[in-house]
Structure formats: C-alpha cells, structure tokens
Ligand binder design. Structure first.
Ligand SMILES: NC(=O)c1ccc[n+]([C@@H]2O[C@H](COP(=O)([O-])OP(=O)(O)OC[C@H]3O[C@@H](n4cnc5c(N)ncnc54)[C@H](O)[C@@H]3O)[C@@H](O)[C@H]2O)c1
Ligand SMILES: [Zn+2]
Ligand SMILES: [Zn+2]
Length: 368
C-alpha cells in the first residue's frame, strides 16, 4: 500500500515527509494504522547524527498508538480493530529474559531490530524499488507501520490514543523505574533528578507506590510546577549544591530512593551521592553521551548504596503497560498536562524544534 511517512534522508537535516510503499504484514507481523505518535529525544538523537548506531534512509518514530488494520497468518496476540501501543522493547514471552522476572530485556529480535529490519531480516518499507529501513522496530512517524506482534501492547479501547502514545516510551519508563525497577516502598523518601517526561513519570510512580516525600529537582521552574502536579511534595532548582541540600533535608542521611532522568553523568553522580547510606537505591534512566562514564567513589557503595540501571522502566511491555493505562483511565495518573503540543505529520520537524527549545513536555503527532 501507499502511505505518507517522515523519512530521515540525511543526518542533521530536517525529515522529509513523502509517500512510501509499505508491504503487507507476513507471519507474526501486524499492520497498524497510527492515530498518534509522540516526538521523543531518541528520534532527534538519531536524526542529528550523534548516535553512532544510526542509519539512513529510515522512517523514525517510536512512541506510537493506533489501531490494528490487518494481521499476518500466524498472529495470535492481536486482531483487527484492537487498539495498540507500539514498543521498542518487545516481550516474546519465550526467551531466557522474558521467562525471568528480573529483567525485561527480551532477546528475541534485538539484532535485526538494531540493524533496521523486521525479525526475518528484511524491510516492508520502500520507494521506487529502493528499500528503506525501519527504526527501533517501530517507524511510527508514518500513517501506517508493520511491526512484530510481540512489540505491541493491546490496550483498553476507551483510552484516548494520543495519551496512550506517551505510554509507548517516556512515561512508562519513569513509572516503571519507580514501580518495577526500584519498587519504591510505602512511606519512603524519594528524589527525582530531571522532570521531563521520564522524570515526571518517576514522580507519579513514587506517588502510586505510596512514597511519603517526593523531592523533584530540575533547572526549570515550569517543569518543577508540573512535578508538583504529578505528586512532588518538595521541589528544588538544580545546582552544584543539590547533594548538600538533599542531605540537609534528610537528617544528613540522603533519600531511600533516587532517580536520574537527565542523561547527564554529573547528575547521575549526584543521584548516587544523595542516596541514603545503608540502603539507598539510585536508579539511572538517562542515556549518556557516547564514551561518557559515571564517576562513583567506591566508599558510597561500601556504605550500602546501590545503583541500578533501567531500560523502559524494567517493564515487560505487553504485560505491564496495559495495566498502567487502566490506572490512567481510573484517574490515578494525570496525562493531560504532559501533552503539550498537537501537530500534524507535516509538522514533525517543528516537534523537534519545540523539544530543543524545551517548550512543553511532549509534542504529539495526530494522523488525519
Ligand atoms: N531508559 C530508558 O529506557 C529511556 C527511555 C526514554 C528516555 N530515556 C532517557 O531519559 C532521559 C530523560 O528523558 P526525557 O524525555 O524526560 O528528557 P527531557 O530532556 O525532557 O528531560 C530532562 C530534564 O532534565 C533536566 N535537567 C537537565 N540538567 C539537569 C541538572 N543538572 N539537574 C537537574 N535536572 C536537569 C532538564 O531541565 C529537563 O527537564 C534522557 O536521557 C532520555 O534519553 C531513557
Ligand atoms: Zn522515546
Ligand atoms: Zn523475549
């Protein structure tokens, strides 16, 4: 079929919206009609050319939500008409990691996905006979996409899809960091560094876990205000004195749980150092630049602090995302303030500009 998509032609240049050919879903693949898609840093990171593993031409986009149009002959997990959220983190249910409750790092399709292909090593995207590669296994800056069924969450059809799209990546990452990776205990003190979509999700996750104090740290007053809306009980404008301030606020000990959601390795270090001696757990979600390292004085670890990394909040996507969406529908998670700008596919580059200007939390593309 023919459909419109935003193609990364050359690194560092605007995406070009154009008509492409999309082949039929085969085997365990699904054709999804996109209704909404968030514009995320990872898309911009790849478009800019900074990501060493990036490739072009490809169709970017991964925070998608839409409706199943058609399924391959071996699909059992979804059916036409189902509402779905697209994931870069699949859940095959069968690999060594899917069977283990300790991780969500499904191994089933990692290699072809990272190289821009569907699980069989080919692509469904082309123009005039030239093959175009997929991105993160999703390629949702497009009216339609073909994806493996193991990378789609079937969600409550009552959920507005523009809000559901935020659960495809950033929001679930933050919620999961607090609820799944750290498993924040009731009554505890938490600190969240960075209150973009991931950090705001972490604030909401700490609240849902029953944390008593949730301290949000950011460089922006506007974002700290949004953090209060998600449940932060205290806020602090970030600076070099942040760790000292947190220690002062916590009787000299530090917080039970700290979360880093900036991608800045200096902030990661602050998050480690402001975790409580004895049992403080620092969860790192930010993606650092290529070659950067995290500097930790070993004494901080010997005295009982722990550091955990978290990809997609540690969530097993198909199993754990739909219940989060139900909690949103039940009024427990406030998604509306996170949907800052509504744009069309043709305005996708404006979505990047808004993100670079830190204007709003998420721009969401609506497909007409
Ligand atoms: N682990 C995962 O699976 C996963 C998924 C999505 C995003 N990420 C990563 O998470 C990070 C956050 O993503 P986002 O979409 O929320 O980004 P964002 O840019 O919207 O938010 C980052 C926030 O950090 C704040 N900040 C910057 N420097 C700071 C400092 N010194 N102290 C305190 N706050 C500071 C910024 O003001 C901003 O509000 C990024 O690194 C992103 O790549 C990881
Ligand atoms: Zn994302
Ligand atoms: Zn798996």
């Amino acid at each position: 079929m023919r459909m419109r998509a935003a193609v990364l032609e050359k690194f560092g240049e605007p995406l070009v919206v154009q008509e492409l050919e999309l082949d039929e879903p085969a085997g365990r693949e699904v054709l999804v009609r996109l209704v909404a898609c968030g514009v995320c840093h990872t898309d911009l990171y790849t478009a800019s050319g900074v990501d060493p593993s990036g490739y072009a031409p490809c169709v970017l986009g991964h925070e998608g939500a839409g409706v199943v149009e058609k399924v391959g002959e071996d699909v059992t997990l979804v059916a036409p008409g189902d509402h779905v959220v697209t994931h870069f983190a699949p859940q095959c249910g069968e690999c060594v990691h899917c069977k283990d409750p300790r991780t969500n790092l499904c191994m089933a399709i990692r290699q072809p996905q990272n190289a821009g292909f569907l699980p069989d090593g080919t692509t469904r995207l082309s123009r005039d006979g030239e093959r175009i590669r997929h991105f993160m296994g999703t390629s949702t800056f497009a009216e339609y996409t073909v994806m493996p069924e193991i990378a789609l969450s079937k969600v409550n059809p009552e959920a507005p899809l523009e809000g559901a799209a935020l659960f495809a990546c950033g929001l679930s990452t933050g919620l999961g960091a607090a609820m799944q990776t750290a498993k924040v205990a009731e009554g505890s003190t938490c600190v969240v560094f960075g209150t973009g979509l991931v950090g705001l999700g972490a604030v909401a996750g700490c609240r849902l876990q029953g944390a008593e104090r949730i301290i949000a740290i950011d460089l922006s007053d506007d974002r700290l205000e949004l953090a209060r809306g998600q449940g932060a009980t205290e806020t602090w404008l970030a600076g070099d004195d942040t760790v000292d301030w947190i220690l002062e606020q916590t009787g000299g000990f530090g917080a039970d749980y700290t979360f880093e959601a900036t991608g800045n390795v200096k902030v990661m270090r602050q998050a480690v150092e402001s975790a409580r001696m004895g049992w403080g757990l620092c969860t790192v979600t930010g993606v650092a630049g290529k070659g950067e390292t995290l500097d930790v004085i070993p004494r901080f670890l010997i005295t009982g602090r722990r550091v955990a990394g978290s990809s997609f909040g540690g969530l097993k996507s198909r199993e754990q995302v739909p219940p989060l969406i139900d909690r949103w529908l039940a009024g427990e998670i406030d998604v509306a303030p996170l949907l800052s700008h509504h744009i069309t596919l043709d305005e996708v580059n404006k979505g990047f500009e808004l993100m670079e200007a830190q204007d709003g939390i998420r721009s969401v593309i609506h497909f007409g």
